[in-house]
Design a protein around this ligand. Structure first.
Ligand SMILES: NC(=O)C1=CN([C@@H]2O[C@H](COP(=O)(O)OP(=O)(O)OC[C@H]3O[C@@H](n4cnc5c(N)ncnc54)[C@H](OP(=O)(O)O)[C@@H]3O)[C@@H](O)[C@H]2O)[C@H](O)CC1
Ligand SMILES: [K+]
Length: 507
């Protein structure tokens, strides 16, 4: 699903009005009705007193239309119009006229207004939508402050009032802190970013029938991967296939005291459809791996050192025509010799065109040089799976906010020609073509040791089966989140561990 900028949403709006054709006021009617469908399912009539706060633009117009639609359903309603300006939109004006025939509207025009909130209340925030042009001040600011202090649920129409849809707010800005945001058809970039989580709450998209041909034609930079879109990527297992059909993966992982990372990654790989897996690690890891994961083969390092991962065995004979994909990183440790091993393997994979997924300590090793020279060894189209700190190490710099982070992410993916899965809520997958795809699954219970190792194994399995790097990244990240969601359902977010994610992989 495309994430569009405000000007593009406005164009989609105008195109729909012209080509459907539909009057602007009727499109607003459709949007408001879509909001009401969501609202009446989630806030049952009789259980709540609804207080609707409307601005003077089209977002306010939505609020008035919503009030008119909720009234006949039996909701206990109070409607407030906040007069912060002399400018009102035509659709607002018309909806005010329509509503006032049904119920009275209360005007708030100075900062000394008083609204008392009760436990049964729910607020609908229709003060400002995507037309926000500057930070809130004066009357609007003080209304939003009072709503945020009310301690009752706030449901924002389209976007929390005061939040910019596709650029950063100032840290000091006053913004509605919504419990839910019900947005019209197209998700906003702001919803994807951790810095806005406290304002957006849980967000939902409702369809308002904007012209699909128009949306299809817009060249988007940002995408939100919906479950339906991602599940289409899954390739069915054919009846006459054999283990060779599903590839042989090589996982380079583990060191003394870190064999757990290798086990998690290897088990997740085997649970994700791969035909065969070989784990390359230290001699002392052999017994552990063979006992805990008998399905995997083991190739021990010949360095003679049992505690550090150091391999000098990467050559054409050992790798070519043997492995369809290589995963490297979990639990390797950081050290100049490990770095040399990793670089060697990267160079060989580049030469042999073997797809790679590179994670954790492999990334930390490649970030060791002052001038990040090692990054040039990473084969094009490799998948890198850093968490934010590891990504900062790769860049050798930090960012001032999430928007700058996205810019740096795009630049890195384009310049290096790699795919970067920047892990977190809504993991951002940056492709070498300059697009970013946000993931839709996952939960805070996955923010624990071992979760990343599981992801590496899953992506490795997909690469070995012949999924393209783009497919492997998008599908792997999504299925990892989905397995985490099932684990959270079974065990609870606090109590689940990375092994529970593996036990819930199913696709
Ligand atoms: N396609 C759709 O998704 C549809 C969306 N709809 C709804 O329409 C709004 C967008 O409506 P719009 O009228 O463009 O914008 P707003 O309602 O947000 O308000 C704009 C007015 O508010 C003024 N403004 C902006 N920021 C401030 C501020 N900080 N302080 C005071 N006043 C402000 C602005 O004035 P300017 O000076 O900037 O011109 C405007 O007067 C969308 O979010 C949906 O809710 C349709 O209902 C259906 C289709
Ligand atoms: K709003």
């Amino acid at each position: 699903m495309k994430i569009l900028f405000v000007n593009e949403i406005r164009e989609a709006d105008a195109y729909t009005i012209l080509h459907e054709p539909i009057d602007s006021i009727d499109l607003m009617e459709r949007a408001s009705s879509a909001f009401v469908s969501w609202f009446k399912e989630n806030y049952l009539v009789g259980n709540y007193k609804v207080k609707i706060f409307c601005g003077l633009g089209d977002n306010g117009g939505d609020g008035l239309a919503i009030a008119r639609m909720l009234h006949p359903l039996g909701y206990d309603l109070e409607v407030f119009v906040v007069k912060f300006s002399k400018k009102i939109s035509e659709n607002f004006d018309q909806n005010l006229y329509r509503l006032e025939k049904q119920i009275p509207v209360k005007i708030i025009d100075n900062e000394s207004f008083i609204v008392n909130f009760e436990k049964k209340d729910v607020i609908i925030d229709a003060l400002l939508g995507s037309g926000l042009s500057r930070s809130l001040e004066g009357l609007l600011k003080s209304v939003v402050e009072k709503l945020n202090e009310s301690e009752v649920p706030i449901i924002s129409v389209d976007i929390p009032s005061g939040l910019f849809a596709n650029k950063s707010n100032n840290l000091s800005d006053t913004i509605i802190k919504a419990t839910h945001t019900v947005s019209f058809q197209i998700p906003k970039l702001a919803f994807m970013l951790p810095q806005n989580a406290e304002f957006v709450g849980d967000w939902h998209i409702v369809d308002i029938g904007l012209n699909e041909d128009f949306i299809e034609k817009v060249t988007a930079k940002f995408f939100y991967s919906t479950p339906l879109e991602v599940e289409k990527l899954i390739k069915p297992r054919k009846k006459f296939s054999h283990k060779g059909t599903f590839g042989h993966a090589l996982l380079v992982s583990g060191s003394y005291g870190m064999m757990g990372a290798a086990i998690l990654s290897a088990r997740a790989c085997m649970r994700s459809g791969v035909g065969k897996l070989t784990v390359h690690s230290i001699p002392s890891g052999l017994a552990i791996m063979q006992m805990l994961l008998p399905e995997a083969m083991y190739w021990e390092t010949a360095s003679g050192e049992s505690d550090l991962f150091i391999s000098t065995q990467y050559n054409i004979e050992n790798i070519a025509n043997k492995f369809q994909a290589v995963g490297i990183g979990p639990g390797l440790g950081v050290n100049i010799k490990i770095k040399e091993s990793i670089e060697q393997l990267c160079e060989l994979c580049a030469e042999l065109s073997i797809p790679m997924v590179i994670d954790a300590d492999a990334l930390n090793n490649l970030s060791m040089d002052e001038n990040r020279e090692s990054l040039s060894k990473i084969p094009k189209n490799s998948i890198l799976t850093p968490h934010p700190k590891e990504f900062q190490n790769l860049l050798n710099k930090s960012w001032k906010d999430d928007y700058e982070k996205l810019e740096l992410l795009t630049q890195f993916a384009v310049n290096q020609g790699v795919i970067v899965c920047l892990k977190g809520a809504n993991t951002a997958i940056a492709l070498p073509d300059g697009t970013i795809h946000f993931n839709s699954s996952g939960n805070a219970g996955m923010a624990k040791a071992g979760s990343g190792d599981v992801l590496t194994g899953m992506i490795l399995a997909l690469l070995a089966q012949g999924y393209s790097p783009k497919e492997a990244a998008i599908l792997g990240v999504y299925q990892h989140g989905l397995a985490g969601d099932k684990a959270a359902q079974n065990r609870g977010m606090n109590n689940m561990i990375a092994s529970d994610i593996i036990e819930n992989i199913r696709f």
